[in-house]
Write a protein that binds this ligand. Structure first.
Ligand code: NI
Length: 226
C-alpha cells in the first residue's frame, strides 16, 4: 500500500524546519547508503545525530504519534530517527531498495525497515522534477506532495527519485518497524479499521461495530509482534 498522509506538520512547524535546515551542516548522502544504493545515490544529507536532525526529528515523531491515520496504517513498533536530505542541480537517486535492517547511530537499537516514509518539506512549485517513483504490483506510483505531507510505502518496493532540474527539494525520510511485518496483513487491518470508523460515524451504536472491533483486535493479537 502506498498511502499519503496530509498535514503532518503545521505551517509554523514547516517554517521552523526550513529555518533550522538552512543553518545545518550538509554532507554527501552516500554515508547512509548500502553498497548497491551508494552507486545510485546523489544528494546531500544532514549527518545522523546532528542537533538540527535530532530536534526536528523529535518534532516529527511527536506529531506522528498523535496522527490517527499514520498509527492505523503503520501500526508502528519502532521508528528510525528521521533524516533530512536535499536534491538540487540535477541530483537524483536511481532505482534501489532500502536496507532491510538499520542500526541507530550511537545506540544498540536496530530497526527492521517494514515501511519507508518521506515527508516533503518544500512546495511542489519550488522545484522541477524530484518525483518519488515507487513500484508495486499495480505499477509505478509517482509522488510529489505539498510541504508538510508524508507518503508511506512498503520498504520492500523498488523506488527512485527523479533528477531535480530547478530549485531544491528538501525532505525528511525514515523507516518504521511495524508490529505487523507483512504488508498484506497490515493493509487488511487498515482497511478494516477505516470501515469500522466510517460505520461508527454513519450508523452510531450499531451492534455490528462491536463485533467488527473484536475481529480487528483478535486479528491484531494473532498477527502482531511487540
Ligand atoms: Ni530509498
Amino acid at each position: 500500500m502506498v498511502l499519503q498522509i496530509p498535514d503532518v506538520l503545521s505551517q509554523e512547524q514547516m517554517a521552523r524546519a526550513r529555518r533550522m535546515l538552512q543553518t545545518a551542516e550538509w554532507v554527501d548522502g552516500r554515508i547512509t547508503a548500502g553498497h548497491q544504493s551508494a552507486r545510485a545515490k546523489d544528494n546531500l544529507q544532514v549527518p545522523e545525530g546532528h542537533p538540527v536532525a535530532r530536534q526536528l526529528g523529535e518534532m516529527i515523531l511527536a506529531e506522528l504519534q498523535r496522527n490517527a491515520l499514520f498509527v492505523s496504517a503503520a501500526l508502528p513498533l519502532k521508528v528510525f530517527p528521521p533524516l533530512f536530505n536535499r536534491y538540487e542541480g540535477g541530483q537524483s537517486f536511481g532505482n534501489h531498495v532500502d536496507n532491510a535492517i538499520r542500526s541507530v547511530a550511537g545506540a544498540s537499537t536496530r530497526v527492521r525497515t517494514d515501511l519507508s516514509a518521506t515527508l516533503f518539506l518544500t512546495e511542489p512549485d519550488e522545484y522541477d522534477g524530484g518525483e518519488l517513483l515507487v513500484e508495486d504490483t499495480f505499477g509505478v506510483h509517482s509522488v510529489k506532495l505539498p510541504a508538510g505531507h508524508l507518503v508511506l510505502y512498503p520498504a520492500s518496493s523498488l523506488h527512485h527519485v527523479r533528477p531535480v532540474t530547478r530549485g531544491a527539494r528538501l525532505a525528511s525520510f525514515f523507516w518504521i518497524q511495524s508490529m505487523l511485518r507483512d504488508d498484506g496483513e497490515r493493509t487488511l487491518l487498515f482497511d478494516l479499521d477505516t470501515a469500522i470508523q466510517r460505520l461508527t460515524v454513519d450508523v452510531p451504536a450499531h451492534p455490528a461495530a462491536v463485533q467488527l472491533t473484536a475481529v480487528y483486535h483478535n486479528l491484531l493479537r494473532r498477527w502482531a509482534d511487540v
